[in-house]
Design a protein around this ligand. Sequence first.
Ligand code: ADP
Ligand code: MG
Length: 351
Amino acid sequence: MKKTNLGILGGGQLGCMLCMAAKKLDVYTIVWSDDPMSPAKEFSDEFILSNYNDKEKINYFTKKVDKITFEFENIPFDILDKLNSIKEVLPKPQINKIIQNRILEKNFVNDQNIKTTQYKKINNKDDLISNADLLPAMLKTATLGYDGKGQFKLNNLEDCKNISLSTDSEYILEKMVNLKKEISVIVTRFKKNEYEIYEPFENKHEDQILKVSKIPANISKEHFSQSIENAKKISEKLDYVGTLCVEFFIDEKDNLLVNEIAPRVHNSGHMTINSHNISQFENHIRAVCGLKKVNILKLYNAKMTNILGNEITKYKGKKLKGNEFFFDYLKKEVKEKRKMGHFTEINKIND
Ligand code: ADP
Ligand code: MG
């Protein structure tokens, strides 16, 4: 049988792990990125470096690939749509149009009768001041944020007056949630009513960046099943194909609220490489390439720690125990708070 050629847009660590999973499935990977320092360059079968508008590269790429997917959600919709008119992009570009914008994303979630924190669209300072009843709150740029970038905590009216808003950005003001816990659910949807769903991951953030994820999550049975139901419903309503993550907040009154949706493989699921028979990455490749769906099986409990910035030096050359795994993203430049690698520890399920 002919090998599938999978085009992957974006060349970060998620791309690296997608390429590793593709090798196992005998899928040929062509990563396209506009960043010459892309770590996925070292893991893909082929690497294209150029901006995503380059006509010649679009031609070459779309001729060569059978299917296209992406590893980061902020690729402009117009580019995804153009590529999709030549070769199928999965998940569908229309989904990104919703999820790329935090306001459209939260409107969509609420339309499914799934709760989020209260929020308001903000265009200028007057909007901010007239919605002061939401304070304390998080002000976020409606588009293009990640790892806490483009987010500002506003405690009082004084903070609202002092903050400078860009005139050409749209913002969302989200009521601050008193967090008891954060969890996420990763689902891989193959087609209508056909999914593989991982159990909820419990997540700890530091400075708005994920630090530690673990399974099992220490949550109630109700939150366990409700979060899975919500993630399933969201993937079904989006007619999603591939791996998707829904991030949830649990507040001090035990309300389960959707925080955001990631239309891609997700940092909280990196441990599935070691904790399950099939990782979130392999499942994504299987779904978008139309390969066989295999039932997932949890093999171990696990804990994953993100390695940020200079912490990477401690891990390089570290002697690992049999139940420990270290992934180095091989990033050339160390930056403060930058995700440089991750460390996973697995343990027997009844330990
Ligand atoms: P990103 O796209 O950077 O992941 P998120 O909206 O998920 O953005 O925010 C990152 C983290 O910041 C969350 O996981 C949470 O810990 C904290 N956070 C964001 N918004 C809120 C909020 N409204 N209430 C409480 N904590 C929040
Ligand atoms: Mg998030």
